[in-house]
Design a binder for this molecule. Sequence first.
Ligand SMILES: [Zn+2]
Length: 440
Amino acid sequence: MLSYKHGVEEQLEKEVLQNLQTEKLKRQVDYVYRHSPMYAAKFDKAGFKPADIQTLDDLAKIPFTEKWEIRESQKDVFDLGSHQCADMEDVIRIHSSSGTTGKPTYVGITKRDSEVWTDIVSRVYYTAGVRPEHKVIFAMGLSFFVGGLPLKDGIERLGATFIPIGTGASERLVTTALSLKPDVLLCTPSYANYLADYIRSIDMDPKDLGIKLIGTGGEPGGGLPEVRQKIEQDWGARVFEAMGNADMAPVVFSECPDGNGMHFVAPDYVICELIDPDSGEVKPMEDGSSGELVYTAIDRECVPLLRFRTRDLITVKTGKCSCGRSSFRIRCIGRTDDMLIIRGVNVFPTAIKDVVSSLYPRTTGEIQIMLYQEGPAVEPPLHIKAEYAKETSPEALPASKKEVKDLLRAKLMFKANVELVPEATLPRFEMKSKYVEVTL
Ligand SMILES: [Zn+2]
């Protein structure tokens, strides 16, 4: 198996990489056509043949795969659906992708797929600065979630020490951290905030845990400047963000200590494309461009997906990074299915959270967006609940409210109806946050 060495020399020469990707893509497309009834039907319908792939540019000839097709493919079967390529006797584990909308889908892996994921995960955390001498507290789900057990495998492969706390165990986490003095905490950005609140509620300071590095993932947030700054300030630790996709690989992007976007670390396993989400046109992966991220597996046995539309909207950074890597970097700006359109302006709930977080510690950063009609197009003013800190005097509230409102107008260009609510009244989420509440 081809595997990068860890560290700055992990980049292959461009030409060597392209040749490898082309070979693997041809093999994957051919394999998928022969083993998946869903893809065979899709290819035939589009008049596409595996032999049509000669270069990487030919990838654009393959029709996109949408999430609903996977859901549809699994509807009436007892296994993984008509996009499954491997025999059940070769499948060693099944995960579930919860998805933000609709019924969960199941994701299987073979022994080989597990090897590939483990390799990618270890690269991701090495890129972030995790080393064999580090102890890693893991505070995300360890059951169905793809960001659970596969992360354990990758962190162990890296040689670091994995401490599986899971979710819903804040008290245990604190006790363990005080005894074992871990260096790294892996969790969702929501949980980093939740846990900091919990620790303060027992009259301790989050910094007492001595965590030096916090890896966030599972939801956007860790990459938002103000949200990140709040977590770093609370914990006295560096925050980095990693990202993947349940249907493709648990994590494939990670920030390095430079913290300027997430490096793509798996070009020998997955091909990324950038597309215009409306037209589906492929856009060049160049500095400053933005669009929807599309993944194609090129080394997958169980459920390989070709040109899978993630609904993640990203911006791209290129050019050599101070860490020595020359791979492209991304920031995820939101998801197309979370996006609100207010008088023609695109607004992401995470961007609203970022603006409100910038007023920390006067606000807690927690928000709730109240919708009284189905999105994405909504009429202003947008009703936003934001929490003020408990030290705030009642006289200061009108000024704070105006401050939030003016800042939203200046930064995100929409009119808000801001309602300030006392600290600790909005719901806290230990896993994925839900910022939007729809009442019809
Ligand atoms: Zn870097």
